[in-house]
Design a protein around this ligand. Structure first.
Ligand SMILES: Nc1ncnc2c1ncn2[C@@H]1O[C@H](COP(=O)(O)OP(=O)(O)O)[C@@H](O)[C@H]1O
Ligand SMILES: [Mg+2]
Length: 311
């Protein structure tokens, strides 16, 4: 445990930004800022505009706690700029942030590493949609490669729905793919430094954990401890750790997983800057692990001390 909070120097909690997740990020940022202040860190909130680099330099910040969700903050661009300025930051570096922002690139790396992720087909206006259905079976999930928060995604249960689902997703990103639907349970597993936190099982009262279930509905149930037997729990923790590491992710993050009715786990995606509000998933797993929100915030900040980010 680090007790001397002065070693972090003057810390900017960079939040907000210009991505679709701006409001969620502001909530996460406020909570993190309060947690760090409670522990005695010299932390300050910075609402990131396009002039964020000027602000960081002008105010002589020595370190960044990056809590920007989505494009601009979670995708490697801020990370690259901070590397140039030699300002250390929390979490993953340029490459892993950029890869995980794109679900398709992430799946390609997992596939290339022999890790299980549901079968997929890239969709274009020229796709033979019937052939895609033949290959993947039904249902499938249609996803824009680079959106978050379930935006533009649809579950397709009948062949003729695939084209309209593609057209909807294509409004959000130039790259769209269809993925085999996994019938079963959903888990998410948080990484904190070298540790794998206790997995959470999510039970949405909807077809899938969509935007409504994430941010609006009160009906989503979270189970932590997740109820898996020890062998399956170990398998899930080992798989998610490997999935995180092969992409080169660092510091902290969250891996989403489905488990089919045969008990096989399938990797879905990685979030390198997951939500940090009071009722977010990583703080929930940390609490089960014996870490308060403030403790967790300091542990994440410690990831900026490691080589690999800009130092
Ligand atoms: N292949 C799949 N099979 C079944 N459900 C899925 C599949 N992929 C995603 N989902 C459901 O959709 C939700 C959102 O998908 P995800 O890829 O994690 O996108 P994001 O969290 O960025 O919106 C998941 O939490 C899960 O409930
Ligand atoms: Mg997800």
């Amino acid at each position: 445990m680090i007790r001397d909070m002065t070693q972090f120097g003057k810390v900017a909690v960079v939040m907000g930004g210009w991505a679709a997740e701006r409001e969620v990020s502001l909530n996460s940022g406020k909570a993190v800022l309060a947690g760090l202040l409670k522990k005695g860190v010299d932390a300050h909130g910075v609402d990131a505009g396009r002039d964020v680099l000027d602000v960081l330099r002008r105010e002589n910040y020595q370190r960044v706690f990056n809590i920007l969700h989505g494009r601009g903050g979670e995708d490697g661009t801020l990370q690259g700029a901070l590397d140039v300025l030699q300002i250390p930051y929390t979490g993953s570096g340029v490459m892993a942030s950029a890869i995980t922002m794109d679900k398709l690139m992430t799946k390609r790396i997992w596939t290339g590493s022999g890790l299980p992720t549901p079968a997929f087909e890239i969709l274009t206006p020229e796709s033979d949609f019937e052939e895609v259905v033949e290959k993947l079976g039904l249902p499938v999930m249609v996803k824009p490669a680079q959106e978050g928060s379930s935006i533009g995604m649809s579950k397709v249960t009948e062949a003729q729905q695939l084209k309209p689902a593609f057209e909807k997703a294509a409004q959000y990103d130039a790259v769209v793919f269809a993925e085999q639907w996994i019938i079963g349970e959903e888990y998410t597993v948080a990484m904190l430094g070298e540790e794998v936190l206790p997995p959470i099982r999510l039970q949405a009262n909807a077809d899938f954990y969509d935007y409504e279930a994430k941010y609006v509905s009160e009906d989503t149930q979270y189970h932590c401890p997740c109820g898996l037997d020890e062998q399956s729990l170990n398998a899930l923790q080992t798989l998610t750790r490997t999935a995180f590491d092969v992409i080169g992710c660092k510091g902290w993050g969250r891996v989403d997983v489905m488990r089919d009715n045969m008990g096989t786990f399938w990797l879905i995606e990685v979030n390198t800057v997951p939500g940090m509000t009071d009722h977010s998933l990583v703080p929930m797993a940390a609490r089960q692990h014996g870490l308060s929100f403030a403790d967790l915030s300091v542990e994440i900040l410690k990831s900026s001390l490691q080589a690999g980010s800009a130092e």
